[in-house]
Design a protein around this ligand. Structure first.
Ligand code: ITT
Ligand code: NA
Length: 185
């Protein structure tokens, strides 16, 4: 069985495809923007997006919604991470965080799988901290300012395999795989 991944973000697809290889799951990229409702939780957003996409594509697919949650900012930007990236960007976040000693933050991903029988959401979370400067040119999005727990390097300083080992996306995808492999057998 082939599963489609509907996302406008090629980096996301690359990370997911690399993870899927380990389990012999084939992913196919459908490059479409996701329709996002405004809601407080990534789970709710992605479930809605997936239902909308499924009505167009009508074959098994996954979609995902991710966000960066900063403790000192009461979990902002969270579901607004994409908007913040397009507006104030990484520099803007570092500026807001100037003089703030609590750098705690986490990344979260919610993955929704949908087919003609089921709609199911899986999540993954990685704790870490916001760096004091932009470091590294690998990865994408907020990777150059996020340092995962137990590391000194930002995600921007890690290659794709290293990031996948720790990442929110890697964890959410593993949860999905646990479900999926028993579901199809
Ligand atoms: P689709 O909605 O088309 O899937 P997107 O890039 O808009 O692509 P999200 O809404 O899930 O995806 O992403 C929200 C923001 O979080 C976006 O600006 C990303 O760059 C950023 N982001 C997502 N995953 C990330 C990761 O693993 N590392 C760093 N930044 C990430
Ligand atoms: Na988005």
């Amino acid at each position: 069985v082939e599963i489609s991944v509907v996302t406008s973000n090629e980096n996301k697809f690359r990370e997911l495809a690399e993870l899927a290889k380990e389990y012999n799951i084939k992913l196919r990229w459908i490059n479409l923007p996701k329709v996002e409702i405004q809601a407080d939780s990534l789970e709710e957003i992605v479930r809605n997006s997936a239902i909308i996409a499924y009505n167009m594509i009508k074959s098994p697919l996954i979609m995902e919604d991710s966000g960066l949650f900063i403790e000192a900012l009461n979990n902002f930007p969270g579901p607004y991470t994409n908007y913040v990236r397009r507006t104030i960007g990484l520099e803007g976040i570092l500026k807001i965080m100037q003089g703030i000693e609590n750098r705690n933050a986490y990344f979260m991903t919610a993955i929704c799988y949908i087919d003609d029988k089921i709609v199911k959401v899986f999540t993954g979370k990685i704790n870490g901290r916001i760096s004091y400067s932009i470091r590294g040119d690998k990865g994408f999005g907020f990777d150059p300012i996020f340092i995962p727990e137990g590391e000194d390097r930002t995600f921007g300083e890690m290659n794709l395999e290293e990031k996948n080992k720790y990442s929110h996306r890697g964890k959410a995808f593993k949860e999905f795989v646990k479900f999926y492999l028993t579901y199809i057998s």
